[in-house]
Design a protein around this ligand. Sequence first.
Ligand code: ADP
Ligand code: ASP
Ligand code: MG
Length: 412
Amino acid sequence: MALIVQKYGGTSVATPEHIGRVAEKVIATRGAGCDVVVVVSAMSGETNRLLALAHAITDRPDPRELDVILATGEQVTIALLSMALQARGCPAHSYTGAQVHILTDSMHNKARIMDIDAARIQHDLAAGRVVVVAGFQGVDEQGNITTLGRGGSDTTAVALAAALKADECQIYTDVDGVYTTDPRVVPEARRLARLTYEEMLEMASLGAKVLQIRSVEFASKYNVPLRVLSSFEEGAGTLITAEEEGMEQAQISGIAFNRDEAKLTVLGVPDQPGVASRILGPIADAGIEVDMIVQNVAEDATTDFTFTVHRRDYTQALAILQDVARELQAREVSGDDRIVKISLVGVGMRSHAGIASRMFRALAEEGINIRMISTSEIKVSVVVDEKYLELGVRALHDAFELGRSGGQPEGE
Ligand code: ADP
Ligand code: ASP
Ligand code: MG
């Protein structure tokens, strides 16, 4: 029998009525002859409410205790969904992450799944039950409750699908698939019928929050077919798989953006070996992740060194740089936390020159100044002022004709 893992996000389980509708969808899938494992998120807004509660107690909640409270959101929805299924005559059992041994490392608030014990779930499935598992949470080797980072229920679902060798992992959400860009910013955005893991990974890494990055990594590693669908409308959604021979490749599959960026510059550092590591070493030691890095060509014997970090790390990174700058006898440190990153993604870019220049032209025509550029094989990213985010994304969406009236067929 086919096995499907379905994940329902926060908006899909927002109220008891929504949960009833999810139960009906699950039952319909069973009716079509599939075993079903369901992963649910907390009701929408609940994780934020729990976070706010913790922060009302202390500015810096202990990460271990934070996981204990955050994990409660999903514990509510698994029981409610299980009851909704039972009330409709469908046998079901709910489980927390720890109960089905979703074993993670001990990095509280951003733990990684290491192993899942599929036996208990398989036993329930064989007994004819639907298994409902709490998303976003696990347990470490010492028995501490952990959570997987925001959006982590996606990863729970894919990891379960991999462990159970499911035929498909379906992510039900409030949009009916992955779009050329966030449809909330560009209403003309077009749903993509298919994407490769690689493209989706770039989109997610560059800010498209429709899937947690880790879930796409998992899907790619274990070759789990992943489908993004709407909880509210019928449709085929977006299927994400490995690149297949003969799969038609759009040049550009989409535009991702990230509002959580900040940039820092050390001006007038001596242009000598070891400088980059002396600047970035202390940043890494503080656990701050660096994204783009640019070093100017030295004119006198000094150079400027610029990099970007997550906005939440901006103040700390700036303080570290002040110290480093003093040690290096650099001229000055400057920073800006009102910047965003916009990226153009597509595997078809590999074989097409001129994408970047077309991108820069489209931004220039709108008078948008590019502050940093970075490219890889299948993406071009630019950093621009925050106020240009919407304008920039729309301009690029138009320039590359990604909209509904655009030239690229969907190819269902
Ligand atoms: P859930 O609560 O179901 O996990 P999320 O809010 O995490 O849902 O993800 C769905 C949202 O992702 C959409 O409402 C949409 O605004 C956003 N999004 C961002 N980029 C894209 C994209 N390229 N395609 C579709 N949705 C996107
Ligand atoms: N409830 C968690 C969050 O809001 C996990 C998830 O929904 O995926 O981030
Ligand atoms: Mg999500």
